[in-house]
Design a protein around this ligand. Structure first.
Ligand SMILES: C[S@@+](CC[C@H](N)C(=O)[O-])C[C@H]1O[C@@H](n2cnc3c(N)ncnc32)[C@H](O)[C@@H]1O
Length: 672
């Protein structure tokens, strides 16, 4: 019903606007194009799938051996085979698998043999229960090739109704390493467009007994409201009551800590269960914004745009998001850090930095025995940093004027060499090292300009995993699995992180560099140059409680669903008087629906069993109970989080919650 409504039109529009139309580039003289020597302008011209800076960078980093280079780069230039996952919690899961095994494997094979391809369609060997499949055709081939038309229609339809999800094979890996159980509270920090969120929900529902809702839930968060809409659209196919979508900055994701507020002057906090005092998670997925060069096979326009600044510019944000994830993780909980980038500065360097910051309270887990059929390479212990074409093997070689851009945490040792910072005015003009008063400083063996010894990390970074394209004909991905062994050290609070960043000059960088890189990665905004990295529920979290104004009136729901942002709504309501808005301007409030008369009439009309948890599980997005149009059902776990969120002054900016269950049409409630 909602699929064809205003919400979904808005989502499609956002989706189209978000995607650069690479087919409509400026017209160039075809004869000057090296990819089109005949000057034929009637045919499609492929992207130039090369970039000398890319080659130089990754050869130097040694992410594959020199003997492997040709196979690696050749595979990166080939289109990505289409992959998809069967929804394990769908009632049609068995049927879908059987159609694939008995019908499409054979019928597509005939096509493949004609085209000279091996295995046209096969289950991914590392994905449990033959639930994930990869075809040997790219998405474009499936779309364009008429003989694949029936397969294309099948994929489209089953995807739309939620029986399958079309998703790049390697992107399915991080949720598998998260080891999600049905009773877990899971945070997906950077979730849009939501393929991994869907997978997490799938895992959660699949392992729950039929007819029951999981005891746990997922909070899927993304900073970009337009991408949040894609996420909502994607997860709507799951029909779940165990999901909240939020629109917060991941690096400042609220801790919703009731305990600290009350503990200042009350004993009430001690009467509460720990889980209701503070929002801590059993599992955190930290699939951070990245330069995305692991997706080159899918997005070949990236070849042209790729540069080393993209990875460097995101490093700080990635560290901050990961640290916030760890602070929100329960002791004993697991966090997966992942990127679709191959760059060690966005990967191993981030993992090394968070391990250093956490000082033994977090372990990098060796998961080499998990998913044994998945071919992966160990993380690197050695790498270098490239800044504007200049390579640095160690931070001590970075000239002072670049130290606001290149940070110690980007290097394997993480050492800042602050004691020798003044000795580093070299490099640019090739001159020796001079002190500020012009005298020659004493030579420090650590800082000799001839000393270019490559640093190596002493952390067990080999437990990180890098998936490279030519190992199993996929995209590339990086995954690290972390376990929180004890509370983070007290030094990881606000004051220390600010002090640390002052010493390295990092604080200015977050905004400057992230914004730069974000342009490249099509992320709208990062916001937040604040360096707060605090244990969940610290003072920083309490700030939101003070200015929270709950239950402000809003009638936007009358115009659109809860998933749509009010900026869109404002346009559509024309000159309607501006609503009084709550602390989260642009988002409708979430209100528990308590109208007993309506609730009882629904129960009677639909014959809802008294034992079914109904009252207290209904919410609306409209404060005016006389004009509620839609009622959403929420699970017990979502209800608990929502209640906590009210108690702490609505720190979570909720854009979507639960499952749309009833819609009022001219005073009649329709069951979904
Ligand atoms: C790699 S994508 C996530 C893909 C997603 N996990 C999936 O599987 O579909 C990174 C996401 O991070 C979001 N993002 C960027 N900066 C963020 C921030 N500071 N806080 C939260 N999300 C952010 C972007 O909008 C983008 O949707």
């Amino acid at each position: 019903m909602g699929r064809r409504g205003r919400g979904s039109r808005t989502q499609r529009k956002h989706f189209k606007e978000n995607r650069k139309n690479v087919w409509k580039g400026p017209k160039t003289d075809p004869s000057s194009d090296p990819n089109n020597p005949t000057g034929d302008n009637t045919t499609w011209k492929p992207f130039a799938t090369q970039n000398p800076a890319f080659d130089e960078y990754y050869k130097e980093q040694g992410i594959v051996s020199p003997e492997d280079w040709d196979a690696f780069i050749e595979m990166l230039r080939k289109p990505l085979p289409a992959a998809f996952r069967i929804n394990s919690s769908s009632q049609f899961c068995e049927d879908i698998r059987s159609i694939l095994e008995k019908d499409f494997v054979r019928s597509l094979q005939a096509e493949a043999i004609e085209g000279g391809e091996p295995e046209a369609l096969k289950p991914l060997p590392w994905y449990p229960d033959n639930l994930a499949w990869q075809s040997n055709f790219s998405r474009m081939q499936i779309r364009k090739n008429q003989t694949l038309g029936r397969f294309h229609e099948f994929l489209k339809l089953e995807n739309e109704i939620g029986n399958i999800t079309r998703q790049e094979a390697v992107s399915m890996v991080p949720p598998l390493f998260l080891d999600v159980h049905p009773d877990h509270l899971v945070l997906d920090m950077c979730a849009a467009p939501g393929s991994k969120t869907f997978q997490l929900l799938e895992i959660m529902h699949h392992s729950t007994k039929p007819q029951l809702l999981p005891g746990g839930m997922v909070i899927a968060n993304d900073l970009d409201i337009q991408r949040c809409n894609l996420l909502i659209h994607q997860t709507k196919r799951m029909c779940t009551a165990n999901l909240i979508v939020t629109n917060n900055e991941a690096q400042h994701f609220p801790g919703c800590c009731l305990y600290k507020k009350w503990s200042r002057g009350s004993e009430m906090a001690n009467e509460l269960e720990p889980s209701t005092r503070q929002l801590l998670f059993d599992r955190v997925l930290c699939d951070v914004p990245c330069s995305g060069d692991g997706t080159l096979r899918k997005a070949p326009d990236l070849w042209r745009r790729w540069n080393t600044g993209m990875g460097n510019g995101l490093h700080f944000l990635q560290v901050h998001i990961a640290m916030r994830g760890l602070s929100l993780l329960k002791v004993g909980g697991r966090m997966v850090y992942s990127t679709c980038s191959m760059n060690p500065v966005e990967n191993e360097a981030v993992v090394a930095e968070i391990l250093r910051k956490c000082g033994g309270s977090v372990e990098l887990v060796d998961v080499s025995c998990e998913l044994p059929q998945l071919v992966r390479r160990s993380g690197l212990r050695k790498w270098k940093v490239c800044d504007k074409g200049v390579w640095f093997a160690s931070y001590k070689n970075v000239p002072r004027f670049r130290r606001s851009v290149v940070a110690p945490s980007m290097f394997p040792s993480g050492r800042s060499y602050v004691d020798t910072a003044d000795n580093n005015q070299k490099c640019e003009n090739g001159e020796g090292v001079h002190s500020e008063n012009g005298t020659q400083p004493e030579e420090d063996p650590m800082t000799s300009i001839d000393d270019v010894e490559e640093e190596a990390s002493d952390l067990p970074l080999e437990h990180c995993m890098r998936i490279v394209p030519h190992d199993q004909n996929t995209g590339a991905f990086f995954i690290a699995v972390l376990c929180k062994l004890s509370p983070l050290p007290a030094t990881q609070d606000k004051s220390v992180s600010v002090r640390e960043n002052k010493s390295t000059g990092n604080d200015e960088l977050v905004e400057k560099l992230s914004n730069h890189a974000i342009e490249d990665t099509r992320v709208d905004s990062v916001g937040g140059t604040d360096e707060r990295i605090s244990e969940a529920g610290s003072e920083a979290d309490l700030v939101g409680e003070l200015d929270g104004v709950a239950f402000e009136s809003s009638h936007a729901e009358a115009e659109q669903g809860p998933s749509d942002n009010k900026a869109e709504s404002a346009k559509s309501v024309g000159n309607r008087k501006l609503q009084i808005q709550g602390k989260w301007r642009g988002v409708d409030p979430v209100i528990f629906f308590k109208d007993e008369t309506i609730i009882n009439s629904i129960k009677t009309f639909y014959g809802i069993d008294e034992a079914f948890p109904f009252s207290g599980h209904l919410v609306s997005r409209n404060n005016d109970t006389n004009h509620v149009k839609r009622i959403y059902y929420i699970s017990k776990s979502v209800k608990d989080v929502l209640e906590l969120n009210f108690q702490v002054g609505q720190q979570l900016k909720i854009t979507s919650i639960g499952l749309k269950m009833f819609v009022s049409i001219s005073a009649v409630l329709i069951y979904f």
